[in-house]
Design a protein around this ligand. Structure first.
Ligand code: MTE
Length: 318
């Protein structure tokens, strides 16, 4: 990122497993759901009581959206992190994880929707739809991982708040708690961390709200209790520890774009053809592998998502 460019040498030996090359044998279902086809949701009060604590992690369904690639070891996924609220170095988020207070947790929903309010985690995610999705995560720093997330599809959750016809974008914000979060004592980014999506991106079936990984509750350093996972975008779009969701008419400001507008665009789709001004995005280092691999357009999810950007100049809308 702008503040700290990781080098492959940052990765500890213990995080490196045997070099292996794996065939990409994706077996996606066609991303067929459309906004209009989505069924109207029952009212929130009809949802069973839930929350990451009440999710039965032994009964999580598998998803057809999962890729069939070797997953990055749990230790690497949970000890090599970007979470600037908990520090700038890759090891800081795990070291400082206890500073993030996740209980109780609520999410404020506001803006262009019929059902704004302050929702408990328990109100937020339907346990019946919690599933495991194995996704690639490609960081803008040119490393990547494959992570078995546990979560729910974002679109149907957003639908339950009944966005109005003016809702063209969604903004997400991370918890603001400078008394406890060591990183927020320094003005390295615009706090609270904020991210945004166009509404069709947010409603895309691949967009995930994650509450765990590797069949367990989300570790704090990975964004407990609730984070976004946008597999076709650079990792910084996958905002952690969400406390606010706002439906907006205008494109919302995002922390990285405010900090480095030439380097971090609003869309941030993984694109090997558009270099970061200070380094190439053509290749990436999969954590745990020795050789670099080619970076794929939209991080390998082009068949599913490219049509959302048809006609757009992706060099301008980076
Ligand atoms: N969310 C918040 N709130 N703060 C952050 O610093 N870093 C982003 C993203 N979400 C970040 C964040 C970046 S740059 C990446 S690559 C991913 O989280 C990393 O997720 P991981 O640590 O779970 O691999």
């Amino acid at each position: 990122m702008l503040l700290k460019v990781s080098k492959s040498s940052d990765v500890k030996e213990s995080q490196v497993t045997d070099e292996s090359l794996y065939r990409d044998r994706r077996r996606f279902l066609q991303a067929s759901a459309s906004l209009t086809a989505m069924s109207l949701a029952p009212s929130l009060s009809m949802w069973p009581a839930i929350g990451s604590a009440s999710i039965d992690f032994n009964k999580i369904g598998k998803s057809d959206f999962s890729i069939d690639e070797e997953t990055t070891p749990y230790d690497a996924v949970t000890s090599y992190n970007n979470f600037y609220e908990l520090g700038l170095d890759k090891g800081d988020p795990k070291r400082n994880a206890q500073h993030l207070k996740v209980k109780p947790w609520s999410v404020k929903v506001e803006g262009e929707c019929e059902k704004p309010g302050e929702y408990n985690l328990e109100d937020f995610i339907s346990p019946g739809k919690v599933e495991e999705r194995i996704y690639r995560l490609r960081c803008v720093e040119a490393w990547s991982m494959v992570i078995p997330w546990v979560g729910v599809e974002l679109g149907p959750i957003l639908k339950r708040f009944q966005p109005t016809s003016k809702a063209k974008f969604v903004q997400f914000k991370t918890i603001l708690d400078p008394d406890n979060l060591p990183g927020q004592k320094r003005p390295v980014l615009e706090w609270p961390y904020r991210e945004g999506l166009r509404i069709d991106e947010a409603m895309h079936p691949l967009a995930l709200l994650a509450v765990g990984l590797y069949g367990k509750e989300m570790p704090n350093q990975n964004g407990a209790p609730l984070r976004l996972v946008m597999p076709w975008k650079y990792g910084f779009k996958s905002i952690k520890s969400i406390v606010s969701i706002e439906f907006t008419e205008e494109q919302p400001a995002t922390s990285w774009n405010i900090t480095g507008p030439r380097e971090y665009g609003f869309y941030s789709n993984v694109n090997p053809e558009v270099d970061h001004p200070r380094w190439s995005q053509k290749r990436e280092r999969r954590i745990g592998e020795f050789l670099k691999r080619e970076t794929l357009p939209f991080n390998g999810y082009a068949d599913e998502v490219a049509s959302m950007y048809a006609g757009m100049d992706l060099k301008k809308n980076f």
